[in-house]
Structure formats: C-alpha cells, structure tokens
Design a protein around this ligand. Structure first.
Ligand code: PLP
Length: 375
C-alpha cells in the first residue's frame, strides 16, 4: 500500500529487460554492429515514448530518474535561459523544492510561492497576480499531482497562463506519467519529468521532456550521449524497460484507472464505517490523483509509533513522501496545507495489483489499533 513510493515491476517489463540483458550488451556509442544494435533499442524506445505523449522523439532526454530530470529542468532554466525568478509552492516534492532552495541560497534566483488552499489546491488567481507583477525571466514549477495528498493542477490552464505572461513552465509529472494520458501537443509546457519505477518499470531510469522551442545546455557533461544533452553511457536496459512499462500502462490504462479508483473508494468507505473520527488530507474527490489516499486518524497516545506498528503487522504505508520516510522529519506537504500535526496521518497508495481483500485486511488491523484495550 505504498505504490507512490515505488511499484513492483510488471512481468512483461522484467521479461523484456532480461531478454535484452541476455542478448545485447553493446555500447550504443560504438559504431560497430553491437553498438548499432544497442542504439536501435534506445531509439525505438524513445520513439515509442514520444508517441504515447504526442511529442517528438527529439524532445525526450533519458535521465537517471525523476530527481535528475527535475534538477536538469530547473538548474538549466536558470543557467541557460536567464531565469531569475521561480514561482512554485511549498508543497512540491523535494526534488523540486530543494533544488529551488539551493539556487536561492546561491543568490541565483528569487522565489515566490503561490498560495495553496487547505486541500492543497493551487490558487490560479494568485498565480496570475504573481505573473502580472513582474515580466522578468520566470520559471513556474508546479507538480501535476501531489505524491502525498493527491491534489492535481490542470496543466492546460497553468500552461496557458504561463504563455500569456511569457513565463516558462515546468511540471513534475512523476506521479501521473503512466497513470494519465498526457498530450504534450495540446499543452503549452516547456518541461515535464518521468520516472519508470512509479508505473511498474525499473528504478534508476526516467526522462526529461524538453519542448523543442527551449534551448539548454547539459547538466551532466562528458561524452556526447543524448545528442550532447546528458553525458554517460546510456542505461539501455532501463530505457527499454521504461518504454515497455509505458506500453503496458497505456495499453491497460482504462481498466487500471477503474480498478484502482474502486479500491481507493472502497478504502474510504470502509475507513469511515469502521474508524470513528477518521478524516482525509488533501483531495479525495474524483478529480484527485486516484492512486493516493492520505488518511488522518484520531489522536492516539502513541502516534509516533503508528507507521512502525503497521509495518510490524505487515502493512507497508508511508508517513509522507517516500524520500523522507525513515528520517524523523514531518511532512512538509502537510505543514504546507496547515494540517495540525497532533493526529497521525498515513499515506496509502495503490497500484493495479492491490485488491479490496487487502483493503479489508488493512482496515481490520487499523480498527484493532483504535479499539479500547481490554486489560
Ligand atoms: N517527483 C515526485 C512527485 C516523486 O514522487 C518522486 C519520487 O518519490 C520524484 C520526483 C523522484 O523520482 P526518482 O525516484 O525517480 O528520483
């Protein structure tokens, strides 16, 4: 129940990658036959991915994952596109927020935060006010779907607004790639990011989409891979696995969306029935990220131990963003929506492999934790 952190790999993806590992080991930069064969696998994958997103293969640049892709977009926008102001929120993933903060500490940019409401929805009117204030080189960085509280922005609305005021637009789409149809031909946007392990692909591979109108230089320098935009021998198995994961995801998308939505709604219903006082953080409407459910439980004396207890009872969930679970730091996203910290909040997140039977099991365990103990 922690699929926003990562998902199990799909058998079809594993088979595709294992087959390639056995049969192809060339370096795609080599000009001999083995190298050319490896290169073909990469370019076929790039083409396939571009087709799913309705963009040009030349706009896809493979990276080591979502974090690198976010870094590349933001840092290169400042370094190479003259961006001096970044408009963002306090509830972005750390891949974005820590990168923006780092640039601020180095005196490279000004930061402006767009207001978000108690659910975590971005105030688009406030965004427009900020954009109106100053027409200097600006990057707007707003995530498509929040990985902790499931709120979403409308990429078309924000992208259109950014174009109106000549601002560049970057969106961290790590939680929505492979889960929603994203048509980049219709959305005015400069950068979007992807991470394969969020939709049953392998870890350590992702990409940055860079709109062909935008010109940046590489973040990682060295060899001429990725058309001189990202040095380092390509992760050929990862790239092929990413393309396969995307193929499977988009092939089966309607069925998976329906299944996961049913599992999530079932969990909302069961929690409300079984645990008095339960509440939810963020958005739980049908406009929210359907894979994520952030639950606010009644106060318990040992709320610090809540996640650990669940773990001992065999349930994997998360207290916030995966990247900071394990450290004792509270969620900056829940703080950003002014959620009181006196009640334990747990993020459950679902994949196509979760079932209603699993929800029953989890709700039973949770119910037991809130029942008065008979001594
Ligand atoms: N952005 C979001 C919204 C995420 O949820 C994550 C992963 O937790 C990342 C970025 C980082 O992606 P990666 O694990 O591929 O570096």
């Amino acid at each position: 129940m922690d699929n926003a952190a990562t998902t199990p790999m799909d058998e079809e993806v594993v088979n595709e990658m294992a087959n390639l590992m056995r049969n192809s080991f060339g370096n795609p930069s080599s000009i001999h036959a083995l190298g050319r064969e490896a290169r073909t696998h990469i370019e076929k994958s790039r083409k396939k991915i571009a087709e799913y997103l309705s963009c040009s293969p030349a706009e896809i640049f493979f990276t080591s994952g979502g974090t690198e892709a976010d870094n590349m977009a933001i840092r290169c926008a400042v370094e190479d596109m003259g961006v001096k102001r970044i408009i963002t929120t306090t509830i972005e993933h750390h891949a974005v927020s820590h990168t923006v903060e780092d640039l601020w500490h180095k005196n490279r940019i000004r930061i402006q935060f767009v207001n978000v409401n108690v659910q975590g929805h971005v105030d688009v009117h406030h965004l427009e006010t900020l954009l109106q204030e100053d027409d200097g080189p600006t990057l707007v960085s707003l995530m498509h779907a929040n990985n902790e509280i499931a709120t979403m922005i409308d990429l078309l609305t924000v992208g259109t607004l950014c174009r109106k005021y000549n601002a560049y637009f970057h969106s961290d789409t790590v939680q929505t790639m492979g889960h929603y149809t994203i048509n980049l031909k219709e959305i005015p946007i400069d950068f979007v990011t992807c991470s394969a392990h969020k939709f049953h692909g392998p870890k350590g591979i992702g990409f940055l989409y860079i709109n062909s109108h935008v010109k940046i230089k590489p973040l990682i320098t060295g060899g001429s891979q990725e058309r001189n935009m990202r040095a380092g021998t390509e992760n050929i198995y990862g790239i092929v696995g990413l393309a396969k994961a995307m193929e499977v995801a988009y092939r089966d998308l309607p069925a998976h969306q329906q299944h996961i939505t049913e599992v999530k709604n079932y969990m909302i219903k069961k929690l409300r029935e079984e645990i008095p006082g339960v509440d939810f953080n963020g958005d739980i409407s049908d406009k929210s990220l359907y894979t994520v459910l952030n639950v606010k439980f009644p106060t318990t004396p040992d709320s610090e131990m809540f996640l650990m207890k669940l773990d001992i009872l065999g349930i994997c969930a998360s207290g916030g963003s995966a990247c900071s679970s394990g450290s004792n730091v509270g969620s900056h996203v829940l703080a950003g929506i002014k959620c009181a910290g006196d009640r334990p909040s747990i993020r459950f997140s679902f994949s196509k492999y979760n079932t209603k039977e699993e929800v029953d099991k989890v709700v039973n365990v949770l119910k037991g934790m809130f029942e008065p103990q008979v001594v």
